[in-house]
Design a protein around this ligand. Structure first.
Ligand SMILES: [Zn+2]
Length: 584
């Protein structure tokens, strides 16, 4: 599909003036202390107003944990450290014997909570070794590993980052502001990150049986934070909307993560507002606080506060994080849910000529809408090519287009690239525009069902005859047939577009949660990895599980399969009803 003349008019309106000015302004504005975050929102709102784009600013109270300072003392030495958001504040220091745990470098960046994956290098019983200890381990201070170590009785965790810089981050598994049910998971240990050279000295001290004192100082509580939102009304179906969003709070001045994203959204707001008469559906654009210090508390508040509207009217959520970064000319790790892949691939190809490769969305970023069930794409879009990353000897990071300045004080103006930013603005604009204007929503659930078949086949192979997944397989085959029929009907014009779109949206409300969540609708899953089709995932453990736990695992799978089958049958009924609507 080539860019149409109507689409070209939008793309040709793009200018770098407003977006680059925002990147430059934000490059001198740290945006992580609550008052500085609000100043960032005021800046975005004032630019929008100057551009003639109406903006609403919400001011919810959200729960934040802001790192102030940290250090690690071992013997006579004091090492520089950064506490991740949501570590406890321990200004007097927490002391304990050091224990070093081997970790798998491939899980540095992952959000797994599987001890077999995190501590793959450790043969023995890790759990018994950490009780009452200060654990030092290579990696980032991730919620999965930190929550496990806390559960096992560790007193503190020192994460040894892979390079000479120390990365900020967050260590809580709680998604957004905690509610009463979440509170028991609030971290209760001190966590810090140190750089690699210092970390190696601390690891050596652990081998010598020394002790360490971990000092952290945090500022924690409820803070009023601003959320600027632009609502661009569609001319035909104004109640239906595309949600484009990204965070404007950052670690320090955060240029590549995420001033470039804020600039992208600003330019889309300007261009789409100016040509709003040419939009079928509405586009809502939101800039979040609380991403870095509140574990996505801004987007989570929005998901909670507007849950019903999102559930009934949002056709897709599109996350804008870290576009337009230096050297990030490749689209081989683009975040995208399966049903949207054909649509996103066309947009990227039409702008760049490249065929993208896609990644399943992590349980991370501002993907705060999975439990409502929204089709979703991006978060990370462009990144540097693998050979360039290898040439630079860069380790993997989760933003800034692969630049290791990510989450450090080095994420400054040099990380942004004008030309790449312009390309990414075009990609985002074309994706949003097509999603807002397509007569039939650009989501292909047949692709998702094909993904489910692959997932299910892997789980079936792994059950080692301990379980029967035939009911899941039968339900999946039936849905597959029904969807084929539905899309044939849509393509032949036998299904009225309004009816078709209602069905495609309702399918998202069923098929997204079954693939990305364990918690019910309108709650939020914890911030660690959710495997594909999570209610069936225990099947993968059956072959290697301890005999004493096999019965429990099989019970869990039986219940999980019921959830899966019920969801697929509901999806089948949605498709069937669209094909054969009841007479009015
Ligand atoms: Zn980010």
């Amino acid at each position: 599909m080539a860019v149409s003349a109507a689409e070209a008019r939008f793309l040709d309106s793009i200018s770098l003036d407003a977006p680059w000015s925002l990147v430059e302004a934000f490059s001198t504005m740290p945006r992580w202390r609550p008052e500085d975050v609000n100043a960032g929102a005021d800046h975005i709102a004032s630019v929008l107003t100057r551009l003639g784009v109406p903006v609403t600013v919400h001011e919810p109270e959200i729960y934040l944990s802001i790192p102030l300072q940290a250090e690690v003392r071992v013997g006579g030495e004091t090492y520089r450290a950064k506490p991740p958001s949501m570590s406890i504040s321990a200004p007097a220091g927490i002391e304990g014997g050091l224990v070093h745990l081997e970790t798998d470098p491939n899980t540095y960046r992952s959000y797994t909570r599987d001890p077999a994956e995190i501590f793959a290098g450790e043969g023995g019983d890790v759990r018994a070794r950490v009780k009452g200890k200060v654990v030092v381990m290579a990696g980032f201070a991730n919620p999965g590993s930190c929550s496990l170590l806390e559960e096992w009785g560790a007193r503190a965790v020192i994460a040894v980052n892979p390079g000479v810089d120390i990365h900020w981050g967050t260590c809580t598994t709680i998604w957004g502001s905690p509610d009463l049910d979440d509170l028991p998971r609030k971290p209760a240990i001190a966590v810090v990150a140190v750089n690699n050279p210092d970390g190696q000295k601390i690891i050596a001290a652990a081998r010598d049986g020394e002790s360490a004192t971990v000092v952290t100082e945090m500022m924690e509580g409820w803070y009023r934070q601003k959320i600027p939102v632009v609502d661009i009304p569609g001319a035909v179906e104004p109640q239906r909307f595309v949600l484009l969003h990204g965070h404007y709070d950052s670690w320090d001045v955060g240029v590549g993560d995420n001033a470039t994203g804020d600039a992208t959204m600003l330019e889309l707001a300007r261009v789409l507002w100016a040509r709003r008469g040419e939009l079928r559906r509405s586009v809502r654009i939101a800039w979040w606080p609380g991403h870095s210090t509140g574990r996505y508390a801004g987007s989570t508040w929005f998901a909670d506060a507007f849950a019903t509207d999102l559930a009934e009217n949002c056709v897709a959520q599109i996350d804008c994080d870290s576009p337009g970064c230096r050297w990030a000319t490749s689209y081989h790790q683009t975040t995208c849910m399966t049903e949207a892949q054909p649509h996103v691939a066309r947009a990227i190809e039409d702008v760049t000529g490249q065929k993208p490769k896609f990644k399943r969305p992590n349980q991370a970023g501002d993907y705060s809408f999975n439990n409502i069930g929204l089709s979703s794409y991006y978060m990370l879009s462009s990144t540097m090519p693998d050979d360039l990353r290898a040439e630079k000897n860069y380790y993997a990071v989760s933003g800034c287009g692969g630049n290791i300045a990510w989450h450090t004080e080095n994420d400054t103006l040099e990380i942004a690239d004008r030309r790449i930013l312009e390309t990414d603005i075009r990609i985002y604009l074309l994706s949003v525009l097509r999603h807002a204007n397509a007569e039939i929503l650009p989501v292909d659930w047949r692709e998702t069902v094909a993904e489910f078949k692959t997932t299910l086949a892997a789980y079936e192979a792994a059950t080692a005859d301990h379980a029967d997944l035939t009911p899941a397989r039968t339900a999946l085959d039936a849905l597959s047939e029904r969807l084929a029929e539905l899309y044939r009907g849509i393509e032949a014009g036998r299904v009225e577009p309004g009816v078709a779109n209602d069905a495609l949206m309702r399918l998202a409300r069923v098929l997204v949660p079954i693939n990305f969540t364990r918690e019910p609708r309108f709650r939020h899953d914890p911030a660690y990895t959710v495997p594909p089709l999570p209610s069936l995932a225990v099947a993968a453990e059956l072959a290697r599980i301890d005999a004493s736990r096999l019965g429990f695992a099989k019970t869990q799978l039986l219940r999980g399969q019921n959830r899966f089958v019920a969801a697929l049958r509901e999806a089948e009924r949605i498709a069937a009803a669209a094909l054969h609507p009841a007479p009015a």
